[in-house]
Design a protein around this ligand. Structure first.
Ligand code: NDP
Length: 408
């Protein structure tokens, strides 16, 4: 049984109740100064630092799952697309982009046929393209839900980047669309395929630090002072929700859950949105939250777009501590166990997380195997983020059901 299964058991039943849009969830939308209206897909320039392959990839193996990559941005081009070459049963079959010149260059480099390159306006045509088994959505977060629903309507499976969506109502819409189409849905939580984090889960399960008392996570970075919402979707409310929490604070939230292997029973929180800083006209600069678990463990989560960088997860139990710093990056993980067992833990190449994530979903599609990070997990996390914003907005402790929904 994988590490998420205990928590997952708690919410999986309710997640099927797709018609439910709780009043509490609607009320929990981040309180922000203004928004730039409805999000729309549009092409962007080639990101910095992209190295395109010098030769097209090998032919796919028999039974390999063909993916349409949707959104040729930094994460797709610099992290995920190059990692398809290290998979066993996944290949890039098609591309979707709003930038025709980038689409041509990337398509040529990755050996994607010209008739398997689509614009957003042509997205629905993927239904007739039998080379595409699954759609990998790597768009700004506010565009995930509509594209996932369209991909399901086209009969494709969906691998969707985190956060699953910006509201629980959208997550429920995505899950319902997948069920209607009888297609699989996975949220691309790569950390569940990263060796240090998997070992950390196993260590906590073996009580290597005793009974967990305190978890502290920090996911911090500084947004360039010249950034504006019109050019940077991460500070545009319609595309990014409240900002840092949905973007990378979600890693700290996830870590608190998979390290304690519990769901919180209550949350308190605070947000900070400075006046007169155009970066934070629409999103929060910082979000801090405190989660109390039934065992008595307490987690302190901090995330910010206006702080020098940090990416840590610390667990302190009654007999020891686990220090992960950096905890959830692409590579360079460091992990130290203190207490009865005392050692540095180095587990080889963390970048195996990328191909393993892809092949996990391909296996689920081909073999019908369980998905470690299903849509229900993405929904759970959005419920929790809604609770964090509600706690901050009302200044009160928000109580939670075991599935992560706000009570009452
Ligand atoms: P980028 O801004 O680098 O790229 C986003 C791409 O989406 C653009 O290049 C563009 O592609 C397309 N796009 C379509 N509509 C818009 C729009 N209105 N504004 C901006 N871009 C648009 O973002 P990232 O690649 O960093 O992030 C994409 C997704 O991946 C997000 O959901 C993010 O949360 C997730 N992510 C996940 C990570 C992880 O570790 N799992 C790490 C980083 C990001 P085109 O020009 O081809 O149309």
């Amino acid at each position: 049984m994988d590490r998420t299964s205990i928590s997952r058991r708690c919410f999986i039943g309710q997640a099927r109740d797709t018609a439910v849009v709780t009043l509490a969830a609607a009320a929990a939308a981040p309180a922000v100064a203004q928004t730039s209206g409805k999000a729309a897909a549009r092409g962007r320039p080639m990101p910095d630092g992209v190295t395109l392959p010098s030769a097209p990839p090998r032919s796919p193996r028999p039974g390999s799952v063909g993916y349409a990559v949707v959104g040729l941005g930094d994460y797709a081009l610099n992290q995920m697309m190059p990692r398809f070459a290290r998979t066993e049963r996944s290949h890039i079959a098609a591309l979707v982009s709003g930038n025709p010149e980038k689409l041509r260059r990337v398509g040529d480099a990755y050996g994607v046929p010209a008739d398997a390159r689509y614009s957003y306006a042509q997205f629905d045509r993927i239904a007739a393209d039998r080379r595409i088994d699954a759609v990998y959505i790597v768009l700004p977060s506010g565009l995930h839900a509509d594209h996932a629903v369209s991909a399901f309507a086209a009969g494709k499976h969906v691998l969707c980047e985190k956060p699953m969506a910006l509201t629980s109502a959208d997550c429920e819409r995505m899950i319902a669309a997948g069920q209607r189409a009888n297609r699989r849905l996975m949220i691309a939580y790569r950390v569940h395929f990263e060796p240090h984090n998997i070992e950390a889960m196993a260590l906590m399960r073996r009580r290597a630090v005793g009974n967990i008392r305190a978890v502290r996570t920090e996911q911090l970075s500084r947004t360039d002072p010249s950034s504006r919402p019109a050019e940077n979707w991460r500070i545009d409310r319609a595309l990014a929700g409240g900002g840092p929490l949905e973007d990378f604070g979600i890693y700290g939230l996830q870590a608190a859950l998979y390290l304690t292997d519990e769901m919180p029973e209550s949350i308190t929180a605070a947000t900070y949105q400075p006046a007169n800083d155009p970066r934070f006209a629409q999103v929060f600069a910082s979000v801090a939250s405190q989660l109390r678990f039934p065992s008595g463990a307490i987690a302190q989560l901090m995330t910010s777009y206006d702080s020098s960088g940090s990416n840590i997860a610390h667990v302190r139990g009654d007999t020891g501590a686990l220090i992960m710093d950096p905890a959830t990056g692409y590579t360079g993980h460091r992990m130290r166990l203190e207490g009865r067992e005392r050692r540095d833990i180095a587990l080889g190449d963390p970048t195996v997380q990328f191909p393993r994530e892809l092949d996990h979903f391909s296996g689920a599609i081909r073999d019908g195997s369980p998905i470690r990070t299903p849509g229900e997990m993405g929904l759970r996390d959005v419920w929790l983020m809604e609770a964090i914003y509600a706690a901050a907005r009302t200044g009160t402790m928000v109580r939670l059901s075991p599935d992560g929904r706000m009570r009452g």
